[in-house]
Design a protein around this ligand. Structure first.
Ligand code: PEP
Length: 251
């Protein structure tokens, strides 16, 4: 039985003061105990968030990780080992804003995925198609390519200690959400693709859905058989909204 997971991606939002306020509210929230809850603050505030959430069951992750695991001369980047040292246990890899806006390639993301795992961070690999790709009927092909770039280079076993987030690009921050059936179709395809290599890995890996998840639509998405929780952007900036989504995952 896979445990549900709900993760909040705060993106490039927040100030020291607003992060303090948000973590205070999260700390006071009564989260369901049968859901793994995580937040991904901007790197600048990771230390503050780790300290503020100390003693809670909420994990802290990074939104990005350098392509090499150890510290060294790579200006502006943060090594996986430094993130782990700061208290992170997870790292997003390949969020669509990094793929689309910052031009990160499958090859680059493969290095980042490996660097995260090298020091024990759990990579949350984000995959998903653009609207044009969906309209051209390429959704499953695009997602399969993104997933395969990791499987082919690193092997299927790496998914023993990883999470996959299916995030259709057209649904991120747009208010458009994939229907539960649309999301389930892709999640089932991802699991089948992994199962073709290793059934046990496929059975155990958690597949999150992301893209305009709110308290109002979370339950029906999370009730689908291959959706194991959510990666939440906008709604994770409000502790009550995020908490309500976590509760929906716990029911
Ligand atoms: C995200 O950024 O990962 C995301 C899913 O954003 P939103 O929930 O705002 O669509």
């Amino acid at each position: 039985m896979r445990r549900k997971m709900v993760a909040g991606n705060w993106k490039m939002h927040g100030t020291g003061a607003s992060v303090a306020e948000l973590t205070r509210s999260l700390k006071a929230f009564d989260f369901p105990t049968n859901v793994d809850v995580a937040v991904f603050p901007p790197s600048l505030y990771i230390g503050q968030v780790v300290e503020a959430l100390n003693g809670t069951a909420i994990s802290v992750g990074a939104q990005n990780v350098a392509r090499q695991a150890e510290q060294g001369p790579l200006t502006g980047e943060i090594a996986a080992s430094q993130l782990a040292d700061a208290g992170c246990t997870l790292a997003l890899v390949g969020h669509s804003e990094r793929r689309q806006v910052l031009g990160e390639s499958d090859e680059e993301l493969c290095l980042k995925f490996a660097a995260a795992q090298q020091v024990g961070l759990v990579p949350v690999l984000c995959v998903g198609e653009t609207l044009a790709e969906r309209e051209a009927g390429n959704t499953l092909g695009v997602v399969a390519r993104q997933l395969n770039s990791i499987v082919d280079a690193l092997g299927i076993e790496v998914f023993h200690k990883a999470v996959v987030a299916y995030e259709p690009v057209w649904a991120i921050g747009t208010g458009l959400t994939a229907s539960p059936a649309q999301a389930q179709e892709v999640h089932a395809a991802i699991r089948a693709q992994l199962a073709a290599k290793n059934a046990e890995v496929a059975q155990n890996v958690r597949l999150l859905y992301g893209g305009s998840v709110k308290a109002a639509n979370a339950a029906e998405l999370f009730n689908m058989p291959d959706i194991d929780g959510g990666l939440i952007g906008g709604a994770s900036l409000n502790a009550d909204d995020f908490g309500a989504i976590c509760r929906a995952a716990g029911n």
